[in-house]
Design a protein around this ligand. Sequence first.
Ligand code: ATR
Length: 277
Amino acid sequence: MSARYGVIGWPVAHSRSPLIHNYWLQKAGIDAVYEPVAVPPEVDFRAKLEELREQGFAGVNVTIPHKEAAYAAVDTQDAAAAHLGAVNTILLTGDTISGHNTDGRGFIDSLSAAPNWEAGPALVLGAGGAARAIVGALLNAGVSDIRISNRTRARAEAVAAMVGTADRVTVFDWSARTEAGERATLLVNTTSLGMNGAPPLDMSIDTLATTATVTDIVYVPLETDLLARAKIRGLTPVNGLGMLVHQAAHAFDLWFGRRPAFDAVLRERLHRDLGEA
Ligand code: ATR
């Protein structure tokens, strides 16, 4: 039987992870399949992992709403997972069940699409799990001036407190987000504003550095209003597909010992799947 891999989420049918991993598995000639695994929120996550292991699963990704439950359920956590209290990749093959978090590294890798990005001031909008992973990764990447702005200020403060480097992270009121962007070389939108069905992000990007990179972790649509405005202003727009694919590449590496590429064929398939070919 082929080795089984998958993504645990609720809902999970919309996940693009099967498309990405099955493309890489096929390309590498690895006899394995990657499937969506729908698991409702109230389930005993440890028991579920053991059940999947018995069913032949060698590794899983974890997405909303299970990343924190996964963190609590595994035997060991890597540094990034321990830092975030969240796990997105699990190995089920060893004596112990190990948990990892590749979201932050995936984000940093996605910036390779913006070759002029430099580790200057960065403004992160939002304060959910993605914002935490990104702030942690930016700190790791040597960014010394990180600003966080979120509609609910207390959540932004919780992110700043969690990363524990008060001198490098500043919280701004949501109403001060434009000022918070002053001279920033990176703007990251992790809020749901700009997603299909949500209003666009209402923020001037005129205060950003003229060389700034503007990223949106949303990929439905691929080009949000924010990214379109960034392009018009001559800034470097980076959509959310890069983070999705690169966090997957790090997961693949943990399972198979090699890091696959975000190549043109995969890009084309994802664009087609998203209806934006
Ligand atoms: P999560 O809990 O994973 O962060 P979410 O509820 O979809 O998911 O919200 C994502 C982010 O978008 C949050 O930072 C949220 O701000 P709050 O912490 O204040 O809820 C932000 N967000 C959602 N709708 C918004 C809006 N209309 N204006 C400003 N921020 C918004």
